[in-house]
Design a protein around this ligand. Structure first.
Ligand SMILES: [Ca+2]
Length: 551
């Protein structure tokens, strides 16, 4: 990897900026120690222990601490911070970063923290904070803004602290907009969000920089953000998971380009090199990948994240909830704390809210919560139009003992699979829409809660519902591999162990997997694959299924 950094700042301005900033002659290296500060006096003494092999960086070079927790870090002439990747099982006693100073001593006292069990964290995205409509108007003079509903920020703090997460992360667009307002106003907003709001959480509070957090003036740029939140890219380890926060904002003139730069990519390569094998990796940034500008750096980043095999990329910016991709890595974008710019619900119907994540044994699950609401979140189906069959995945905050669903005024169907993960409960079922008429239908889900409350959620869905003949399926098997279809007049012919053979009277389909009842009317759902009964098993195809519903 070429480590040279292509500056986005034109030469003359660069010279002027470097001439005034930093204002002191910087040391060529930073020395310090990372240690467990057992007696809490911020000094390495007594029974304190140095922490070995902890990554420390200036944003350019990453070094590891020695056996005694000491490090010597060569410093880039324009480095702004020295920061440490807080190791799993510890938390920073003070800050995990220190601003570069002429006579700096860079010591990082840590304290012990819980290191087992599930990792729980909260993503707050896009608060777009400005305390009153007049300030909002100053930021967006072309938009009419409602007032941020009273209690949203306080309500968020209360709800989040009540669930005792391991950390809270705010994925950008922290303040209303830094483009046009005066810097004093941006400073005031950032101060509030870092100090008052961020300081209200019991858990460690992290941030990623968003496009609205960059002042569109190269002399100022990210400096206000950095004053309150520190480095714009960094990493930390917590409960056995490596978390990386990236900065996808590059200021060129008064324009922002949504990309990392070569310097950040080179840092990330070093950072990931020090991650223990099989350690899950979560990456956070503001803009989703479809908004990333096609630069060599972003291409390198995409490749690196794919090759590293990250667990998830988690971002915001779109003010909506969506799984954006499964490959080359899983990506989830979350709705906004300010909903849709305080104007009302976001495009996906989510209100003022946040996302709670829970990860255990490398499996990541999450739920969206509207602040102050007790509703059901339909993780699936998300589509407005359903056909054939669809997976129902409904979630409710708190412990539930049972769940059921019904179509229109039909009978309630009990959901067999209800899982309470300690924070929220999920109900999953296969919905068979092949018996519903084409048109609009109401899907109602009801959770019976442990505290005897009943929580109900309703979605209206359009059912399109074509059915496919078995003859069609067999003639175009590849089209239907992995799809769920309704095949008319299919009859089960034989079962053998967990395999099953069904036919439309002329041809035969081999089903692999256990048949399960999915709906009323004794419908049977079968997961399987087409192959002629005379043919040998097709290597690799056993993992590819389509589902047929039959009577
Ligand atoms: Ca001490």
């Amino acid at each position: 990897m070429n480590g040279s950094w292509r500056s986005p700042i034109p030469g003359l301005i660069l010279i002027l900026v470097l001439a005034i900033w930093p204002v002191f002659v910087q040391a060529e290296s930073a020395e310090g120690v990372v240690f467990i500060d057992e007696n809490g006096n911020a000094v390495l003494d007594g029974s304190d222990q140095g922490c070995a092999n902890v990554p420390v960086s200036d944003g350019v070079t990453v070094v590891l601490t020695d056996e005694e927790g000491r490090f010597s870090l060569p410093m880039a002439s324009d480095a702004r911070f020295v920061f440490v990747t807080v190791p799993t099982g510890t938390a920073a006693r003070a800050a995990w970063y220190l601003p570069v100073e002429a006579e700096g001593a860079y010591d990082f006292p840590l304290e012990r923290a819980e290191d087992g069990g599930a990792l729980v964290f909260v993503q707050l995205s896009d608060p777009h904070y400005a305390p009153d409509p007049a300030e909002f108007k100053e930021a967006f003079y072309d938009r009419e803004m409602a007032v941020l509903p009273a209690g949203i920020l306080d309500g968020t703090v209360g709800e989040v602290n009540a669930m005792s997460p391991d950390f809270v992360i705010m994925t950008g667009d922290i303040v209303a907009d830094s483009k046009r307002p005066d810097v004093a106003l941006v400073d005031k907003w950032m101060d509030y969000m870092a100090t008052e709001f961020g300081g209200s959480f019991d858990a460690p509070f992290y941030a990623a920089i968003g496009n609205h957090d960059v002042v569109r003036d190269e002399a100022i740029g990210k400096s206000v953000y950095e004053t309150y939140f520190g480095p714009t890219y960094y990493s930390f380890d917590i409960k056995g998971t490596h978390c990386v926060v990236l900065d996808t904002q590059q200021l060129e003139g008064t324009s922002l380009v949504y990309t990392i730069d070569a310097r950040q990519l080179a840092w990330l390569e070093q950072d990931l090199m020090h991650v223990a094998p099989n350690m899950p990796i979560l990456v956070f940034c503001h803009e989703p990948t479809p908004d990333w500008v096609k630069t060599a750096e972003n291409e390198g980043l995409t490749r690196l994240l794919a090759e590293t095999g990250i667990t998830a990329l988690i971002d915001g910016h779109w003010h909506t909830n969506a799984v954006l991709q499964e490959e080359p890595f899983y990506e989830l974008t979350s709705g906004a704390l300010c909903a849709a710019w305080w104007e009302g619900p976001a495009a996906d119907g989510s209100g003022f809210g946040y996302r709670v994540f829970r990860m255990q044994h490398g499996n990541l699950d999450s739920i969206w919560r509207d602040v102050g609401e007790e509703g059901i979140w339909f993780a699936r189906p998300r589509e407005a139009v359903l056909m054939w069959a669809e997976r129902l995945h409904a979630q409710v905050w708190g412990p539930a003992v049972a769940a059921s669903y019904r179509w229109d005024d039909g009978p309630s169907v009990r959901v067999a699979s209800v899982i309470d993960n300690g924070l929220w409960s999920s109900a999953s079922a296969n919905l068979n829409v092949s018996t519903l008429s084409v048109g609009y239908h109401t899907l109602t889900v009801e959770f019976a809660m442990e505290d005897t409350r009943s929580v109900t959620g309703v979605r209206e869905i359009y059912v399109a519902n074509p059915s496919i003949s078995l003859e069609d399926i067999m003639a175009h098997a590849d089209v239907y591999q992995g799809r769920t279809v309704a095949a008319p007049e299919l009859v089960v012919r034989a079962t053998m162990g967990s395999d099953l053979s069904a036919s439309d009277g002329t041809k035969t389909i081999i089903i692999s997997g256990f048949p399960y009842a999915v709906a009323r009317n004794d419908l049977i759902g079968i997961v399987g694959m087409y192959r002629p009964t005379s043919a040998a098993p097709i290597k690799g195809y056993d993992e590819v299924f389509f589902t047929v519903y039959t009577e």
